[in-house]
Design a protein. Sequence first.
Length: 558
Amino acid sequence: MLEHLHIKNVALIRESEISFGEGLNILTGETGAGKSMVIDSLQFALGGRTGKDFLRHGEKMASVEALFVAKSETLQEKLEENGILPEEDGSVLISRTLSETGRSVCRVNGSTVTVTMLKDIAEDLIDIYGQHEHQSLLNPSRHIRLLDRFCGAGFEDAMAAYQKSWHALKELDKQLEALMGDESQREQRMDILAFQKEEIEGAGLRSGEEEDLLEQRKRLSSMEKLMRLTGESIALLYDGSDRMPSACDQLGDALSRLQEAVELDHALNPYADALADAYAAVEDLARDLKREADQQENDPAALEEIEERLQVIYKLKRKYGGTVEAVLTFYDKVREELDFLCNSNEKVAELTAEKQKEQRILAAAAENLSALRKTTAEHVAARIESALKDMEMKDARFSIQIEEKTDWTADGKDKVEFLISANAGEGLKPLAKIASGGEMSRVMLALKTVLVDADEIGTFIFDEIDTGVSGRTARKVGEKMRFLGGKRQILCITHLPQIAAMADSHFLIEKESDGMETTTKVTPLAKEESVKEVARLMGGADVTETTLAAARELIAEK
């Protein structure tokens, strides 16, 4: 639903704020007042092209901002695909500016997007009759989706069964292509895989080995310093020198003195025992450290072996993964693919049998989908024909053509297209080839009326829907518009009182001039103001009590 539209510096519109309501929103005004400029502005905001007169004379920048509330799953997915974070309340704020140089900037929920991205998103927001950019019903590729939404109970399960089989068949084709492709390419691939397998196997990698080697390298590369520091520690603890007794010597002297003191004061005995334990511990530590030091030696050969082993590991990491674990995972995949290719003949026969079985399953599933569509198509076509007859197209015929596609796709084997014959004696032809503007208006309205429950788009816009329509037919068109407004938001520009009388919200578009400049303004009409505007549409510029009474009666009948 379109909640709000802000237009600035567009043609005759200096600035206008329009808040639309639910149901049927009618826009009326004198010829040339700028009614279509409101729709043109909205089309521009949604990615449409503009003419050279779009920017208001003398201004440097035009801008249009449109606020929608739409919660369709398709729209939410499109927003996410384009990197736009959907709002929890479903609001979608679209803005587009146009500079005097012709450059435009598009944004959706504050994120800058391309015009192509904007058009893609807009397809699920609004459908505008009058400009082919947003006429979804004239696009045959959308017809199958609309028809499918009418197919009812059982269709969803039938589609799920078809798509499961279709994807399974695609996977089998992929595997067969890998096995039955170019013989020389397969041989080359097997040679590469065999080399990779042998290279990784020959390295004999194991988890945690690199960390162990790095620790050993650190130790061996610092052996001279390690031996010096260890020797100095042993000297200080155990060996000593003439100038400096060792720690053990000094502890021994201290213990002898403290034991002699114990003879004089037995209270010192615990301290003597503790010192004796410390002396024994330091002496044991010094002996153990000396044994460790005796085993230390420079070993350049061992260091070189470690360096060579690390280079092997680094090379494999560069080629097959950033870690040893990644290389081992790559090895498992290489081995599986090589086994697969080596056993290709047996596998081809197996996969071919599976494919033939899956083709039979897919054909049955496709036929089931097609049968459901054909049954539904007859029902929908009959309803559309009835709606056309309600709008005085008594000889109209409508058909939903279902043919088999050359290449089946994820939605089945069917190609669906809506066909129409507007007059007696005419053959059925695609919707886009309807010549008469009046016929096109009624056909589009009939289609919308019947297909509204199958269409996710929340806002329909009819620009001059009443072209070529008058009298009783106009009343029928108004009734259909009123019905449609009960299910979707409708914006309609009209000059017919029969349609304007059906409004839930009514807006008057007027052109004003102060002698210096001309501007267009949009005014929401209160109930009595709407009556006067309907009366003007009925009787021209002179509104009389008679036309006012007729207008009130027309509105009361809705």
